[in-house]
Structure formats: structure tokens, C-alpha cells
Write a protein that binds this ligand. Structure first.
Ligand SMILES: C[S@@+](CC[C@H](N)C(=O)[O-])C[C@H]1O[C@@H](n2cnc3c(N)ncnc32)[C@H](O)[C@@H]1O
Length: 346
């Protein structure tokens, strides 16, 4: 049974209240339900929320029965809090495919039917609330009472992450946020193009109206620029993916590999994606430079990786130490190199 969630604050008339914090408040926003508005200017890299799960489902391909089983374990006040969250029900049946292909296995068919019934049904249900609010958590998904109030933007100013070391979801600002600005996160992979994003967001029951979802045909528009960048990010991602991780030393031997990673980093920054993905790209650049004995560049890239990692996930994030230790090692190599160049002996 999950631990009682002492952090739940729900006012008597059930208008949502933000977790006690100095950074944001919750307000009703036209066309979006509620959302989170900055109470003051917030610098990039600020951890604005640490949130414990309200309801956890320990599998990715959850069924209605799995949500019901988890809900059954909640306390009465947790159950009440769950039903204050936004629900994605009431969507038109005509907006969804009317048939499931006969080749779809029975369990998957049941899952699709359960989800379809929830989103097109007349009232909030356990599933329709789960669908609109759940976030990946380890091998499964969870609903968080406070994180659930953040709306989506395809170019958001904040990012969320499940931090397994502290057993909490965290939200960090990815860029400086002005007082009065809405704080947003992206519900979808920012690499995805407008069409795929629209399909994914349809499952939450809304059409995104952000600048990146504008008219991509208009060459003067932000949407055009953004689409071009995302396309290049996808291409570079594909070209470098198989040479990263455990095969990074192979990548390090390939001419032009580091330049591709650098280009990827530039594009991600231009697209406002100051998150763990960008930190990972700089980290790999640092490791490749170390392998190729370019310690000077390795230190620059490594320091960037550590800074971005800290800003978007925090120093208590599980693999932060790996980043920090690698950079210290590269710095030590650089110091030795400088010492030798100056004729010093260790
Ligand atoms: C996780 S909840 C976010 C908080 C929610 N607005 C509320 O009132 O509690 C997700 C729902 O918020 C709404 N939403 C989120 N981002 C939106 C956006 N960019 N435009 C319109 N609606 C949005 C959609 O109804 C979506 O299903």
C-alpha cells in the first residue's frame, strides 16, 4: 500500500491549490483549465517542485483493473484529491478510429476499448483522469497531484523528471521565467514533428496552440523554423544514436562525429531544449574529446554537461555523480597536460 501523501492540499470547494512554494500559483486559464503562473521571476535551473506520487501503476501497458487496484489502496482524502484532477473525458467519438484491426491481440483490444470508452464517456472516471495526468515513472506510470497542474507547450520553459534517488517527481525551469508567465512542460518528445505531437496531444483531449504548432508553410513563422530544426535534430539523432552509449569509442574514431554532436547540441539549444538530452549530448562530446586526448575541449563540453544536468535534474539525480566524476577526471588530465607543457614534473 502506498505511503499516505501528507503533501495533499485541496481546498474545501476543490479549486486546486499549489503545493506550498514561493515560485508559482494556480490560476484558471482560458481554454486550458487551470495552469501554473510564476509569482516572481525565476532563474533557469530552479527546482520549483518536488512532488510525491499520488497513485502509481507499476506497468506501462496498464489496464483499467490496474488503476482500480491502485486507487483502492488510497486513503479517503487521496481518493478525493484524485477526483479533483483534470479529466480527459467527453471527447467526440467521431474524432477516433471506429474499428480495431482484427489482428490486434485480445488484451490490447480490451486496453484500447477501455481507454476509448474513458475518453469519449460522459463523466470523469479513474481512467479518464489517469490518461490526462499520468507520467512515466520507472517501469510504470504515476499521477502526481501538483505536477498534474502544469500545462503543455511544445517549447516549454520547464521540464519534469522522475528522480528515483529521492522517489519524487521534480520540475526545474529550463530558462529564466518572468513573473506572471505560465510555467509549462512538454508532454511529448520535443523531437517529434507537429503531426506526431498533435496525435499524441489528442490523447489528452486538446489541440496545442503554441507558436511551434503554427503555420509551418509560412517561412517567416516560428513554426517553420522550429519544424526545420526538429527535422535536423531527428536526422542527427539517427546518424549518431548507434555510436553513442556503449559504442561511443567507435564514434570517437569516426571523422566528423564530434561535429555532428556539436551541431545537435546547438540545434537543441536553439529549440529551447535545455534538458537531460542536451546534457547527454555535451557529456558524450566531453568523453569523445577525452578519448581523442583533446582535454581542453573535453573540459568545456563536460562543464556544460554538468551545468545543464544540474539545472534540469539536480545534483541528487541518480547519474549526476557519473557526470561530475568524469569532468573532474578530464580536468585532471588537462592539468597534467598543462603541467607537462610548462615543463613541470608530477
Ligand atoms: C495534466 S493536465 C494540466 C492541468 C489542467 N489544465 C488542469 O486544469 O488541471 C492536462 C490537461 O490540461 C489541458 N491542457 C494542457 N496543456 C494545454 C494546452 N497547451 N492547451 C490547451 N489545453 C491544455 C488539457 O485539457 C489536458 O488534458
Amino acid at each position: 500500500m502506498p505511503a499516505p501523501n501528507n503533501n495533499i492540499i485541496v481546498s474545501a470547494d476543490m479549486i486546486p491549490v499549489a503545493s506550498e512554494n514561493e515560485y508559482y500559483t494556480i490560476r484558471a486559464l482560458p481554454g486550458k483549465g487551470y495552469g501554473c503562473i510564476a509569482l516572481r521571476s525565476i532563474p533557469r535551473g530552479t527546482r520549483i517542485l518536488v512532488d510525491e506520487p499520488l497513485l502509481i501503476v507499476h506497468k506501462a501497458d496498464y489496464m483499467k483493473a490496474d488503476i482500480e487496484a491502485s486507487f483502492f489502496c488510497l486513503t479517503p482524502s487521496q481518493k478525493e484529491a484524485y477526483f479533483t484532477l483534470h479529466s480527459g473525458h467527453g471527447q467526440p467519438v467521431s474524432a477516433w478510429p471506429s474499428q480495431i484491426h482484427p489482428s490486434v491481440p485480445a488484451r490490447d483490444r480490451q486496453r484500447i476499448e477501455e481507454q476509448h470508452a474513458a475518453r469519449t464517456g460522459p463523466a470523469p472516471t479513474l481512467i479518464s483522469i489517469f490518461q490526462a495526468n499520468c507520467m512515466e515513472m520507472g517501469a510504470g506510470a504515476a499521477v502526481f497531484l501538483h505536477t498534474s497542474r502544469f500545462n503543455h507547450a511544445c517549447v516549454p520553459n520547464a521540464c519534469f523528471t522522475w528522480n528515483a534517488a529521492i522517489g519524487r517527481e521534480t520540475i526545474h525551469t529550463m530558462r529564466d521565467v518572468e513573473e506572471g508567465e505560465e510555467i509549462t512542460i512538454s508532454y511529448v518528445d520535443m523531437e517529434h514533428d507537429k503531426r506526431l505531437r498533435a496525435w499524441e496531444l489528442k490523447h489528452y483531449g486538446f489541440v496545442c496552440g503554441c507558436d511551434a504548432c503554427g503555420d509551418e508553410e509560412d517561412e517567416a513563422s516560428y513554426a517553420y523554423e522550429s519544424a526545420e530544426r526538429r527535422l535536423q535534430i531527428q536526422v542527427l539523432g539517427r546518424e549518431t544514436r548507434l555510436l553513442r552509449g556503449s559504442r561511443l569509442t567507435e564514434g570517437a574514431k569516426q571523422p566528423g562525429f564530434v561535429n555532428k554532436l556539436l551541431k545537435l547540441a546547438v540545434l537543441l539549444q536553439e529549440e529551447g531544449c535545455w534538458d537531460a538530452r542536451l546534457a547527454g549530448v555535451f557529456f558524450d562530446i566531453a568523453l569523445v574529446c577525452e578519448y581523442n586526448v583533446d582535454f581542453k575541449m573535453g573540459v568545456i563540453a563536460g562543464e556544460k554537461a554538468v551545468r545543464i544536468k544540474k539545472d534540469c535534474q539536480g545534483i541528487d539525480f541518480p547519474d549526476f555523480k557519473k557526470y561530475a566524476e568524469a569532468v573532474e577526471r578530464i580536468k585532471a588530465s588537462r592539468r597534467r597536460e598543462m603541467g607537462e607543457a610548462n615543463g613541470w614534473r608530477a
